[in-house]
Ligand binder design. Structure first.
Ligand code: A3P
Length: 343
């Protein structure tokens, strides 16, 4: 049985001089960039129109220098809190379905985060992924413009979600992992920042549109999925995902119910109920520690209705409509007016 892909080798300090130079450039760059309030850390920096924290920006510079993509690589790209954990589980168990039985599956004993690396925070100090089994799977939150600056011809699975649910999910997550040295972030503050686009990897709308537009130019290379559709018709969406990754389900597998079994294995209820996801921490990259249970909250469509009042929901819908106008993309269910929180 082969192991998952999250065990890259850290290159020892042979590239120290070059790394030091990049770190110095990064320090100077940070001093010149526009600064905004952060959700988890004190500040975000606007790098070429994208809000990033200092650490993720440094990794971006390192990835540009060191990361060598391979044509067989498959990236999972997403805005934060759009269903990444779910997609990680689905992609890993679909691609590796020959390797595990459902009664003794990797995901029964290991968290979805363990399946493949979160590239944005993996590269510091520089990490070597060359010997990882192919196709290599990576997860990133970088918008398409940044991702394409250090990758060539890789397949991308993108998952998006209703921005109102993203906002609420992100706010809860930020409350959990925000630096204890900072004042807690209120929902009103989070709402203001989100609306202004000031979130890690934001603005949200530019992020989604960057992948949406790129998927038009190369539909064979970018699969654009929606959290809400995955919730409503998981079997159909999983068939699409498997075919896109070059491993369509066979007639035999269909008859044996393999598609449904993967859907069940990766469902919110199943994963969130597993002991392995209830305690302990996931270490993303070298520095970021997140309690495993914090990747699972409610896993529902429309939980925003319990938090946003009518004005807030209308404001997000208005921005969404303006930004996405003429793009052909529709996000969420667009049934917000009149169904929001009443204080
Ligand atoms: P909520 O906070 O709305 O519950 P990400 O994985 O991108 O960080 O997104 C986290 C969101 O996805 C959280 O949403 C989380 O509960 C939800 N989630 C996690 N695993 C899921 C699963 N297997 N199915 C559906 N939603 C899931």
């Amino acid at each position: 049985m082969s192991t998952p892909q999250s065990l890259p080798i850290t290159m020892e300090s042979k590239n120290d001089t070059r790394i030091n130079k990049i770190c110095q450039d990064h320090t100077h760059l940070i001093e010149t960039l526009p600064k905004g309030n952060g959700w988890m850390v004190e500040h975000l920096y606007n790098y070429n129109g994208v809000w990033l924290n200092s650490y993720i920006l440094k990794n971006f510079l390192l990835l540009n220098e060191y990361f060598k993509s391979q044509p067989s690589d498959i990236f999972l790209a997403s805005f934060m809190k759009s269903g990444t954990t779910w997609l990680k589980a689905l992609m890993f168990s679909t691609l590796n379905r020959d390797q595990y039985t459902f009664s003794n599956h990797h995901l029964l004993k290991n968290s979805p985060q363990s399946t493949f690396p979160y590239l944005d925070s993996e590269c510091y100090p520089v990490t070597d992924f060359t010997n990882v089994r192919q196709p290599r799977l990576f997860h990133t939150h970088y918008p398409h413009r940044l991702l394409e600056s250090f990758t060539v011809s890789c397949k991308i699975v993108y998952v998006c979600r209703d921005p109102k649910d993203v906002l609420i999910s992100l706010w809860h997550f930020a409350c959990k992992i925000r630096s204890k040295d900072l004042n807690p972030i209120t929902l009103d503050e989070a709402f203001e920042l989100f609306s202004q686009g000031v979130t890690d990897y934001g603005p949200f709308w530019d992020h989604v549109l960057s992948y949406w537009r790129a998927s038009f130019g190369s539909p064979d290379m970018i699969l654009f999925l929606k959290y809400e559709e995955l919730k409503k018709q998981p079997v159909m969406e999983l068939r699409k995902l498997a075919a896109f990754m070059g491993k369509p389900f066979t007639v035999d597998e269909e008859e044996k119910g393999v598609v449904q079994k993967i859907v069940d294995l990766c469902s919110f209820d199943n994963l969130s109920g597993l002991e392995v996801n209830k305690s302990g921490v996931d270490i993303l990259g070298k520095l970021v520690e997140v309690e495993k249970k914090d990747f699972f909250r409610k896993g529902e469509i429309g939980d925003w209705k319990n938090y946003l009042d009518e004005k807030m929901a209308e404001c997000i819908d208005r921005i969404t409509e303006e930004k996405l106008r003429d793009s052909g993309l529709i996000l969420g269910e667009f049934e917000s007016i009149g169904t929001s929180r009443v204080d």
